[in-house]
Ligand binder design. Structure first.
Ligand SMILES: Cc1cc2nc3c(=O)[nH]c(=O)nc-3n(C[C@H](O)[C@H](O)[C@H](O)COP(=O)(O)O)c2cc1C
Length: 361
């Protein structure tokens, strides 16, 4: 049997297998105050066959929201909404981490429900456009975070992590990938600061390390994880001094001992082996190659020892019982990505399981 289908462990949690549902924004948090809904609870419960579910990106504070209808973890209503999700997943025997995503400069004033403006390490506009209720719009020049605001943002991450535990989550993954706030601090084009948050490669890792340390302090290192995507240019990110920067980051993480490091491989697959050598802890790999996607052929990466756990994104959208299908070699359903963001039950909770129904209720 492939190692992927044997029990695993993340922090305090025993996992029934080593297959992880990768975090995916679905923009359906239609509850008052951007709270999760009953439909979201059903969606995640359907996918509880994963060894570990990582939720969609969830903002730790109001200004951290980049896209329409993404959920938060900074108000009582949001905590209550997430409690229905974690209860539904636990009832199905699943394990679930919340992904905390502050989008930083990747946002737009019209995507907030109240008057706010995107912030970032430096006032540098990302090339490209973002979906808003008024159609696609250019990214804006973010407002540069002052030193006191950086400290407050770190506290907001820690408070949101505590809220996640109050909502019943088994842990929290910090989104340090894909060009959002933590990755913006790691980069050389979004972070032009000359202070201790940006002057050197080590300084550019300070925000990632301090957020991870503050969250570990709040909820325990064994419930804290970080996702990274070295050399991923998504959202107009450039990373000069890549190896040096990530060396400092991994050194910082080794001191904190988070429950896992989640690597989205993207443009630099060879770099994973270096990270594997440097990082002392558990490695979750999302081996997305450009133009490709994670599939059954990647299960061997666990057998080979490249990764401890493997995460799948798009195939979990359309195969709620993905681990069972992978184990039995059953044909996989392709996702309809036109229904990825926003919308109703269609393309969300109506994909059938092998048993032929969109169970459990
Ligand atoms: C609809 C959609 C939404 C996504 N949202 C997030 C997100 O909120 N946070 C994150 O870290 N990655 C996000 N991703 C990236 C996925 O987690 C994953 O890394 C990517 O899809 C590549 O893996 P795959 O080939 O298995 O799909 C998203 C991907 C998709 C398709």
């Amino acid at each position: 049997m492939r190692a992927a289908f044997t029990p695993g462990r993340v922090g305090l949690q025993e996992l029934k297998n080593r297959i992880v549902m990768s975090p995916m924004t679905r923009s359906r948090a239609y509850g008052a105050d951007l709270a999760p809904t009953a439909m979201m609870a059903r969606y995640y419960a359907q996918r509880a066959g994963a060894g570990l579910i990582i939720t969609e990106g969830t903002q730790p504070n109001a200004v951290g929201q980049g896209y329409p209808n993404t959920p938060g973890l900074h108000t009582g209503a949001q905590i209550a909404g997430w409690r229905t999700v974690t209860d539904a997943v636990h009832d199905e025997g699943g394990v679930i981490y919340a992904q905390l995503m502050h989008t930083g400069r990747i946002g737009h004033p019209s995507n907030y429900r109240s008057a706010r403006y995107p912030v970032g390490p430096s006032p540098v506009q990302a090339e490209g456009q973002i979906f808003t209720p008024d159609g696609h719009r250019d990214f804006v020049v973010p407002r540069e975070l002052g030193a006191a605001e950086i400290s407050q943002t770190i506290r907001d991450f820690a408070d949101a992590a505590s809220n996640a535990i109050a909502a019943g989550f088994d842990g929290v993954e910090l989104h340090g990938a894909n060009g959002y706030l933590i990755h913006q601090f790691l980069s050389t084009n979004a972070n032009r600061r000359t202070d201790e948050w940006g002057a050197t490669p080590r300084d550019r890792t300070r925000f990632a390390v301090e957020v991870t340390a503050a969250v570990a302090e709040a909820i325990g290192n064994d419930r804290t994880a970080l996702r990274i995507s070295p050399a991923n240019p998504l959202n107009d990110i450039a990373e000069d001094e890549l190896a040096e920067t990530y060396h400092h980051l991994i050194t910082g993480l080794n001191g904190i001992k988070p429950s896992y490091l989640h690597v989205l491989e993207s443009q630099a697959p060879g770099f994973t082996r270096e990270l594997r050598r440097a990082w002392n802890g558990l490695l979750v790999l999302n081996p997305a190659t450009p133009g490709g996607r994670t599939g059954p052929e990647h299960l061997a990466l666990i057998d080979e020892g490249t990764a401890d756990l493997l995460s799948f994104g798009r195939l979990f959208i359309s195969n709620p019982d993905l681990p069972a299908r992978l184990a039995s070699g059953t044909e996989l359903t392709e996702p309809d990505l036109s229904k990825a963001y926003g919308g109703d039950e269609s393309g969300y909770i109506d994909y059938p399981t092998l048993a032929g129904s969109a169970a459990p209720a």
